[in-house]
Ligand binder design. Structure first.
Ligand SMILES: [Ca+2]
Ligand SMILES: [Ca+2]
Length: 282
C-alpha cells in the first residue's frame, strides 16, 4: 500500500481548495440538482459483519487504459459504437453496473449484498449542470443526458459471492472532461488513483495523469482500471485531488464490467485464430 495520492492532495492549500470548490459549484439558473445517488440501504448493513477467509489473496489493481476518447466514451451505452476496452462481449460499458452521479445507478446493490453488483459507499458532493457534456443515458443509449459528477472522491463496494469473482477481473472506468466551456481552461493538472480501502488487501493503481495534466476540451474521456482477486465486500476509492489553481477534482460517470474467466477469453482467442487460418486456406 502506498499513499502517493495523499502527497498530491497535500500540495494545495485549504484556501485554494475553497476557491476551486466555489468555481465548480457555481449555481445554475436553469437547472437544479434533483437528487443525489446514495446507499441503497442504511449503512448499518455495512461491512464488518462479513467473515473473510484468511487464506484469500488480496485484490490487485492495475491501469487498463487511459484517455479513451469519444465517441466510445459519450456513446458508452450504444452497442453499435465500437468499445476498445469492453471485453465482456456486449460492446457496452457498464454491463454489470453504471453510475451517473445525481441521476441513476443501475446495477447498484445494498452494501453486504450476496447479489453480484456494486454498492454505493460514499462520494463527494454531487452536481449536474446543463453545460456539462452530453453522454448516453446511464439506463441505456443512444438518448443523451448530462454527465453528473462527484467532487474529488467516490467509494464503492463489490458485492456478490466469492464464486462471482473467482478467476475474473472487474474493469471499472470513470469519465473525465465533462465541464462546460467556462471551466475547461482551468480543468487541468488533474490526476486519478484507484485504491483499495477495505477488505482483503490495500493496493493502489498508482497516480494516473488525466490528459497528461492538460486542460479539458469538454469531450469526455474514460480511464479504466482492472481489479483482480476480488473478495465480496472489498471496497475501493477513486480519488481526484484538487490541483493548485484549477477547478476541483471530480469523478464523472462510472462503468463496471466483469471480464469472463481467462479460459473463456483464451477460447475466444483460439476461435479467432482458427477462423483466420480457415480464411487463409480459403
Ligand atoms: Ca460490457
Ligand atoms: Ca477531452
Amino acid at each position: 500500500m502506498h499513499f502517493d495520492h495523499m502527497n498530491v492532495r497535500g500540495s494545495h492549500s485549504q484556501s485554494r481548495a475553497r476557491v476551486s470548490y466555489s468555481k465548480l459549484t457555481a449555481p445554475s439558473n436553469t437547472m437544479k440538482n434533483t437528487s443525489t445517488i446514495g446507499p441503497a440501504l442504511p449503512l448499518a448493513v455495512a461491512s464488518g459483519i462479513l467473515g473473510f477467509a484468511a487464506s484469500a489473496s488480496a485484490a490487485q489493481i492495475t491501469v487498463a487504459g487511459i484517455d479513451v476518447p469519444a465517441p466510445q466514451t459519450t456513446e458508452w451505452k450504444t452497442s453499435t459504437t465500437p468499445k476498445t476496452f469492453d471485453i465482456d462481449g456486449d460492446n457496452i460499458y457498464g454491463s454489470l453496473a453504471s453510475i451517473n452521479f445525481t441521476i441513476a445507478f443501475p446495477g447498484a446493490q445494498a452494501l453486504g449484498s450476496s447479489t453480484l453488483g456494486v454498492g454505493f459507499v460514499g462520494s463527494g458532493p454531487q452536481f449536474n449542470q446543463p453545460e456539462y457534456a452530453d453522454i448516453d443515458k446511464v439506463t441505456g443509449g443512444p438518448v443523451d443526458e448530462n454527465a453528473g459528477l462527484a467532487l474529488n472522491t467516490f467509494t464503492f463496494e463489490l458485492t456478490g459471492t466469492a464464486e462471482d469473482y473467482t478467476g475474473k477481473t472487474v474493469r471499472v472506468g470513470f469519465m473525465q472532461d465533462i465541464l462546460g466551456a467556462g471551466e475547461q481552461p482551468a480543468d487541468l493538472g488533474k490526476t486519478l488513483e484507484l485504491t483499495q480501502v477495505a477488505g482483503i488487501g490495500g493496493g493502489a493503481s498508482g497516480i494516473v495523469p488525466v490528459r497528461g495534466l492538460a486542460a479539458g476540451d469538454g469531450v469526455p474521456e474514460f480511464y479504466f482500471f482492472d481489479i483482480t482477486g476480488v473478495v465480496p465486500g472489498d471496497r475501493f476509492t477513486i480519488n481526484s485531488p484538487n490541483p493548485v489553481g484549477a477547478v476541483s477534482g471530480y469523478i464523472s460517470a462510472g462503468s463496471f464490467d466483469l471480464i469472463p474467466e481467462p479460459s473463456t477469453a483464451l477460447a475466444l482467442v483460439t476461435g479467432i485464430g482458427m477462423l483466420s487460418m480457415l480464411r487463409r486456406r480459403g
